[in-house]
Design a protein around this ligand. Sequence first.
Ligand code: GDD
Ligand code: MG
Length: 342
Amino acid sequence: MEAIILAGGFGTRLRPFTFTRAKSLLPILNEPMISHLVKTLPKKVDTVILAVNYRREQIEEYFRTHDFGKTIIVNEEPEPLGTGGAVKFAEKYITGSFFVLNADIICSLNLTEMLRFHEKKKAVATISLWPVENVSEFGVVDIKKDGTITKFVEKPKAEDAPSDLINAGAYLLEQPVLEYIEPGKLVSMEKQIFPQIIQNTGRFFGFKFQGHWIDVGRISSYISVHVHLLEAQRKKYVIGEQCEILGPLTHSCAGNRVRIGKNTTVESSVLFDGVTVGENVSLDHCVIGEKVEIGEGSNLKNVAVGDNETIDKNTTHDNAIVWNQPIPQGYPNKQIGNVIGE
Ligand code: GDD
Ligand code: MG
C-alpha cells in the first residue's frame, strides 16, 4: 500500500526558515517534521511517495541517510501542481487504496484505525477530522451522524462555515478518485476535487479521532507544537549533542552545538543547530535559525531569526522577523499550494 506525503510548497508562512529549507525538514524536537509523520504510517504501507518540488534535494538527502524500512520514492513536480496536481502526478505508483498526508501536521491520528473505518464504510474517500474554534484557515465539513460528509468548503468565512470540524490533513482514497484530477495542471484537492467526489459518489466519509492535532503552518504554531510535545513528555526542555547551556531553558528545545551564556533565559523557544547566545539575553517565544549569533544583553520576544543571521548586543526586538540575506529566486510572497484562484 502507498502513502503520498504532500511535502511541496514553499511554506511561506514559515519564512525566514523556509527561505533556506523545505518546510517538512523543519526540526520538531530536533527531528524533521516529516520523520515524525513517516513513523506514524501503518506497517501495511510499504511505499512512501514524497510529493516534492521546492528544496527537493534536501528531502532526498535526508531520506538517503535515514532508513525507515519502507521504499521511498521522491517524486518531484517540475513546478508546484497544488495538492491535487501533486497527487495526480504520483498516479503511476498507486496500486490500490492509498493515503495522502499533509506534511505539516503533528497529531495522534491512528492511520490503521482510519483504514479500518474506511473499509467498513466502503468509502471512496475518507478524511480525518478535528474540531477547532476558528475554522477560517482550514477546510470545513458538513457531516451526517453516520460519518458521511455532505459538504466541504475550503477556508470559508466564519459565517459560511458549516460546522467546527475541519479537514485534519490525512486522506484515504480509492484509486478511481484519480480520474477526477486533470494531469499536469495546478489543482487543489480541497477546492476542486473533494466537492466533486461528494456530489458524484455520496461515499465521502469523515473520521474523527482523539488526542492532539497541531498544524505547524506558521511560526506561532511551530512554537506551540514544541511546548505541547514537551509538556506531554513531561520535559522542561530537550537539547542536542555537544551543547553548553549556562542559563535556564523552559518549554524550549535546542539543537546540536548550541551555546547559551550565563544569566540568559530561554522560554518557549526553539534554537536550531549551532546557535550561540551571549550572556544576559532573554529569548521568549523565539525561533532561532542555524548558526545564528545573538549578542549579550539582547531581549527578543516573538522573534524569528533566519539562519546565519547575527543580532548585535543589547538589541531589543518584539514581534519581528530577522532576515538580511537575499530571498531565494522564485520564492513567492504569498501561499499558493491549495489556495488556487484567489
Ligand atoms: N507536492 C506539493 N505540491 N505539495 C504541496 C503543494 C504543491 O504544489 N502545495 C502545498 N503542498 C503541501 C504542503 O507542503 C502541505 O503539506 C500540504 O500540501 C497542504 O498545503 P498547505 O499550503 O499547508 O495548506 P493549508 O495548511 O493552507 O490547508 C490545508 O491543510 C489544512 C490542515 O492543516 C488544507 O488541506 C485544509 O483543508 C486543511 O484543513
Ligand atoms: Mg498547512
